[in-house]
Ligand binder design. Structure first.
Ligand code: ZN
Length: 308
């Protein structure tokens, strides 16, 4: 059993109309839709999961898309940027692909020695590509390989920093332009968290991150984390069955909603690897309501994956 968090499991954000969301993430960014299901706490809306070919932990970006979601704005106590690793030599090709699609992006900058291309999704969610020197994965070409990092905006980063180092086992990896970097030891995807001080309050809504999830290797390790988070003085939920993983949630001292999710059973729990994302999947307790939910959910056309 590990007493360190290896990195991110998934990031969950709020979006506007689902078709626009899938067109962007599959059609332009080339992620795979690895699961089409519903929000278990609000089953009249989709929960869409994007990731790499296999939907591995550390590559999963998920959305609750509401057609009439009110736009939000990242601020203090929220995740302000989600960054993907790309192979170091593909940044120019990504600029060309975004430009060809008429999609705006910022001039590339540099952070901690790596080139960063910042842009937003159609709902305004701040994203970035980081030309990662050690980007890993088995895919070729321009494909996104995994998360690189998330940036948290905090009124007082010191308490969150202490949680990352003293509880999760992250290591401080320096400061640059007011950005504090923390790095989970090892080479797991998405093992970097940046903290930026900000007093400005945000507003949850479309284009903002709802929560970020960290990895536990199995249920026993998750239960151990639950006790450790409680001992750290934070309120933590009971274990919730999310069908593809089990989850516990707590608000870290700066106000960001954290989750710890198990690696198993993963997205092949209810459909084969080559069919991931092709059918609406429901957890057993919602299966009796399938006809009603299918009538309620807007139809979704899955575009060809860009670059494949
Ligand atoms: Zn989650």
């Amino acid at each position: 059993m590990s007493d360190r968090i290896p990195g991110l499991h998934h990031v969950t954000a709020i979006a506007g109309p689902p078709q626009r969301n899938v067109d962007f993430y599959v059609g332009l960014l080339g992620l795979r839709l690895v699961k089409k299901t519903v929000n278990f706490d609000d089953p009249g809306t989709y929960h869409l999961y994007y990731g790499d070919e296999a939907g591995r932990p550390g590559t999963i970006l998920t959305f609750f898309p509401w057609a009439h979601a009110v736009p939000g704005k990242a601020g203090s106590g929220m995740t302000s940027e989600t960054a993907f690793s790309i192979p170091a030599d593909t940044l120019d090709a990504w600029k060309q692909r975004l430009a060809a699609a008429g999609h705006a992006f910022d001039a590339p900058t540099e952070r901690f020695g790596e080139r960063v291309l910042a842009f937003r999704d159609p709902d305004g969610l701040p994203l970035a590509f980081v030309a990662h020197l050690v980007a890993q994965g088995a895919v070729d070409g321009e494909a996104i390989r995994s998360f690189h990092s998330v940036t948290l905006r905090l009124a007082a980063p010191a308490q969150t920093a202490r949680l990352l180092t003293d509880l999760f086992g992250y290591e401080a990896a320096g400061e640059e332009d007011g950005r504090l970097r923390f790095h989970a030891p090892g080479q797991a995807p998405g093992n970097i968290i940046d903290l930026v001080a900000s007093e400005a309050r945000g507003r949850p809504g479309a284009g903002t991150v709802h929560h970020i999830a960290f990895r536990a290797h199995d249920e026993a390790e998750q239960l151990a984390w639950r006790e450790k988070v409680r001992s750290f003085g934070l309120f933590v939920t009971e274990v919730k069955d999310r069908n593809y993983f089990r989850s516990i949630y707590f608000r870290e001292p700066g106000g960001v909603l954290f989750e710890i999710a198990t690696d198993p059973p993963g997205f092949t729990a209810d459909e084969p690897a080559d069919a991931l994302g092709t059918h609406l999947k429901l957890p057993p307790w919602l299966e009796p309501r399938r006809a009603q939910l299918e009538a309620q959910l807007p139809p979704l056309r899955i575009p060809e994956m860009a670059g494949r």
